[in-house]
Structures are given as structure tokens and as C-alpha cells.
Ligand binder design. Structure first.
Ligand SMILES: [Zn+2]
Length: 267
């Protein structure tokens, strides 16, 4: 029998969080969040939109009814079984059409994919809670990757190696939001691409990839390759289904990322 895991229900514009995982930024939100079964959260900027309370939906923004994507989110909330025992057979990919539109608006389509030979990566329609990251934030992964990560993490511990999760699933909207804010401040797309991955092309969108660190080491630095955590991963990760996506001199022209590991061989 599969254990019940906490689930993040995903729609194109809005995420539906389980109650009890989000911290409020105001007293008003805190009272609502404390009682919420679910919280609707805008993906682009993380804004809390509404709390799903036992007595009904409590708006946390003005004009909730005009919020883009609200109907799709409410449908997903209704369709979501409260105590589903989740398996991979229940995972669907969200469509890519909204991503295409927004990439086009940013002047970002085709060119980047052609240059790197990276495909656009769809988001899954729900993710499983895979524990917490180094910063005590919930770590979301696709359910198969979440299970594999917990096995990998436990196996490392048995060899006295601590693996820190740095970050797992990230949405298209989150990455697009970074680009939009930097463009508004006058940066060019090429300048932003030297620091941030192009929205839509990151393996983090699939929920299959995570960045791994070692305690006391800075996150996402090449120096990670000198740690005992990296040595352990190099020798053992493949046995748990994880591969390093961007080794030195990879054919995509992406910088060496010894911290970035992907579950399965799906791109
Ligand atoms: Zn990464």
C-alpha cells in the first residue's frame, strides 16, 4: 500500500498548496492560512489568492473572480481527491501553449532551443512533497523522482554522507517572472541568459531534477565537485536512477553543473 503524500496541485497560472505549509506575510492571511485545507497561490509572483476553508473559499486578494486561470484552478481543486494514494499513472503534463505565447512576447522562442538543442519541458499537473530543502522550504518533485530522492538520500546517510536538497521543481511562471522583472529594469535577454536559465527549457520544470549540495558548501558552485557528497553521487547515484545532466563539455553548451541531477533518462 502506498503512503499518502502531500501534493501540490498544478494548473497553468495557479498552484494549489496543501494547508499548513505556507507562511503568511500578514496577520489577516495568517488567520486564514492556519485554518485552510488548501491555499491558491499565483505562480508568477507567489501571491496568496484564496484560502479553501471548511465553510468555503475566502479571497485573499481584491477581485479574485477576475484572476487569470481561476476557473481552471477551481476545477482542479474540485477534481482533486482529498486522500488519493498517488502514483505515476495519475500524472499528466500541462499543455505548453501558454508558455509559447509568453516566450514569444519576450522574444525568446526557438533561438535558445536551437542553439542549445534543449527541448521545452512541460510541467506535471501535480507534484509530491519530497521533504524540505536546505532553507526549510518544501521540496516538490514528480512522485517517482520524490521516492527515488528519498532512497538516494537515505543510502548516502548510511554511508555517513549528507546530501542537501537545494531546489527541486520550479514553474515556467516563476522563471518567466524573473525575466519580466529584469527586462523591466532595462536588461537585455542575452544579459539575463548569462545568469538565469531560459524559461521553459529547465529540467526543474518537469519535477525530475534537483540541485544537490553538501552542508557548509555554497549552493550551485563548481567547488561542489571536490566534496565527499559529490564523490558519493558519482559512484552511487546511477543505481538510484539519477544522472548528472550537464557534465563538463556537454553538447548543450551549458556550463558544468556538478550539483544538478535528473531522475530517469527522460529529457
Ligand atoms: Zn539545477
Amino acid at each position: 500500500m502506498r503512503a499518502i503524500v502531500q501534493q501540490l496541485v498544478n494548473t497553468p497560472d495557479i498552484e494549489i498548496w496543501p494547508g499548513g505549509l505556507l507562511r503568511a506575510r500578514s496577520n489577516h492571511d495568517a488567520r486564514a492560512l492556519a485554518r485552510a485545507r488548501h491555499v491558491l497561490r499565483r505562480k508568477r509572483d507567489g501571491r496568496f489568492l484564496a484560502a479553501d476553508l471548511p465553510e468555503g473559499l475566502l479571497p485573499l486578494v481584491h477581485r479574485l473572480r477576475q484572476e487569470p486561470g481561476l476557473d481552471a484552478a477551481l476545477d482542479a481543486l474540485d477534481a482533486h481527491p482529498a486522500h488519493r494514494r498517488p502514483g505515476l499513472e495519475h500524472v499528466r503534463e500541462l499543455p505548453l501553449d501558454r508558455l509559447h505565447e509568453r516566450l514569444h512576447a519576450l522574444g525568446l522562442d526557438d533561438d535558445y532551443g536551437e542553439r542549445t538543442a534543449l527541448p521545452l519541458v512541460a510541467e506535471p499537473d501535480w507534484l509530491a512533497l519530497a521533504g524540505f530543502d536546505r532553507y526549510r522550504r518544501p521540496l516538490w518533485l514528480r512522485v517517482d523522482a520524490a521516492r527515488a530522492w528519498s532512497h538516494l538520500h537515505a543510502a548516502a546517510l548510511r554511508d555517513d554522507v549528507v546530501l542537501d536538497a537545494i531546489s527541486g521543481y520550479r514553474s515556467h511562471a516563476y522563471q518567466l517572472g524573473i525575466f519580466e522583472r529584469k527586462l523591466e529594469r532595462g536588461q537585455t535577454v542575452d544579459e539575463i541568459l548569462t545568469v538565469n536559465a531560459a524559461p521553459g527549457y529547465s529540467e526543474h520544470h518537469s519535477g525530475l531534477a534537483l540541485d544537490i549540495g553538501a552542508p557548509g558548501e555554497p549552493p550551485a558552485e563548481e567547488s561542489f565537485e571536490g566534496t565527499s557528497a559529490f564523490a558519493w553521487l558519482r559512484d552511487n547515484a546511477a543505481g538510484y536512477g539519477f544522472v548528472m545532466s550537464f557534465p563538463r563539455d556537454n553538447p548543450h553548451g551549458i556550463v558544468y553543473e556538478p550539483w544538478h541531477w535528473r531522475y530517469g533518462d527522460q529529457r
